[in-house]
Ligand binder design. Sequence first.
Ligand code: ADP
Length: 622
Amino acid sequence: MIAEANVEKNERSGVAGVRQGIRLLGRLDDTLARTSVILGIFEAAVPLVAVYMGKRVIETLSSGTGEVMRVVLWAIFLNLGLTLASKWLQVQFSYGQAEMWRKKDIAVNNKLMEVDYEAVEDPRIHEKLAWLQQTEKMLDRGVPAQADYLKNMARGTFTLVAGLVMSLGVFSVPLPGTDMPLFLQNTLFLALIIALQLYSLWAGARNARGINEISESVTLPMNMLFSAYWPHWQEYSYGKDTRLYTGKALNNALRQMPAVFDRIYDAFMGKYTSIGVRTVANDILTMGLVYGFVGVKAYYGLITPPDIVLYAGTVTLMMSGLTNLAQNYSKAVRNIPYLTVLGDFLDIESERYQGTLPVEKRDDNDYVFEVKNVSFKYPGSDKYALKDVNLKLSVGEKLAVVGMNGSGKTTLIKLLTRFYDPTEGEITLNGVDIRKFNYDEYLELFSVVFQDLKLFSFDIAQNVAAGISPDEERVTEALHMAGFDERLAEMPEGIHTYLYKNFAESGVEISGGEAQKIAMARALYKDAPFVILDEPTAALDPISEFEIYTNFDNMVRGRTAVYISHRLSSCRFCDDIAVFDEGRMVQRGSHDELLRDTGGKYYELWNAQAQYYKQEEIDALL
Ligand code: ADP
């Protein structure tokens, strides 16, 4: 079970939240995190050094041309060096930021592959992932944005600290004509300009919150709506439903768009104008105060002209550093929910026992599975999906599993492939509990075609090989076995024809039955010792279905095959049939044996289904 805490936001606020976000950035790419801090310091150093060198130039003006030239050259050299270094770092930084999207996606994908399967099926997790996807469309959210904030906070902090150290001199001489103690003078001055900055920040943050609320309340739901409907427009397979149901809803949403954008635009414009006016007024006031404070001391000869340049520069820089720090801190705070949800997702721990035992690779494929007294309830359900199932399956055997919908057939496969572990009992492979095996190696034993199979918008060969460099001969062979020859002959670029039109203009649309055949070819290409087909012919026409059966032996050749169907006629060719009913295996035997038991489930199902087939169809199938 995924603990509630794993799914719900484990959100911290303020500094702790920001630090947690920075840790997540470092975890995904610690080079980027380091580059952010170093770049921030370099960016801060450029103006600080320029101010200092400005002071030095003025200082040396009276001491002869040679000295001035030397200092000017140093100033140019330092400025150039620092600027070049920060540009170089900026390139690394931007590259790291761009790469970060990919790194984050890979981390999410890897997590999805590794977490217990119940998390993959958990709608709450999907909701969170969808939320992340929508939220990161806002420019100021996401992991790359966090790198920006880290860089700017480092820059602000460095400017603040270095600026303070460099301006200590201005605070060490008292203002003339007042008895106020020096400490009080400094405190008053600093308090005044800090108050100004804080006011400006507070007003800015309030506006930003307003802007944020507008974009969250209007654009986020709009984006979610679009991503929910968009596939319906793009995917032909949704076509019928779109016509009947969702098309109108999307059209209405589209119609509302201009009005929504007008509202956002008006609100943004109002807020941005007031931010602009306030910032300018604030800057003028701050500058006035700084130059007044430094200027009065200079006027009375308490500080030298070069120091005027230095102090006016450093105090102003310090204030901008403070603003920078505070602004980026508040942006980082707004990024906390995103990073928390992402971090919590990446932290979901697999609670399933992870075995380490290697799976014995056997050329003779001599594997025996035993399902021993297995019962299973889905997490959060108190109903048994499987109850007391015992079943043995040896190499080369072909087992058909039949039963009504919901009788537990797919669940059995999910347990065999360890998507879930049994609630009671155990499944063994050659006598060893399957939980003990290394899972990746264990999965290599299976080729499965699920009912709700998915193909990708790659070419046919890549789909069959489930990889980017397919063995063409084997692909063709697998497609042939799966009965895809005829359709393949019509494909404009053979096995290199793209499926669907997402990536290639020439991509082809395929029917459900054709998709099922390609998926079957994919399972055969994998060449695993166990082939599991879950309702593989559900979308096939009777002729294709018949072809698959007659070709089945040839298809699975020596491999162990489990064939699941709720259509009894389709399992007729298997000598060994297991009948499931309400989670229990109620009968096992050949078709003829099972039919002889006229009180059994198989007999009942067979008779119930027989009336849906015309006699000649049954004859054809038999
Ligand atoms: P079949 O493959 O025979 O149609 P399943 O194995 O899919 O049946 O389902 C067996 C039972 O388990 C059904 O009652 C079904 O509703 C339930 N079930 C299937 N999947 C889940 C799930 N992810 N969570 C909870 N219950 C499930």
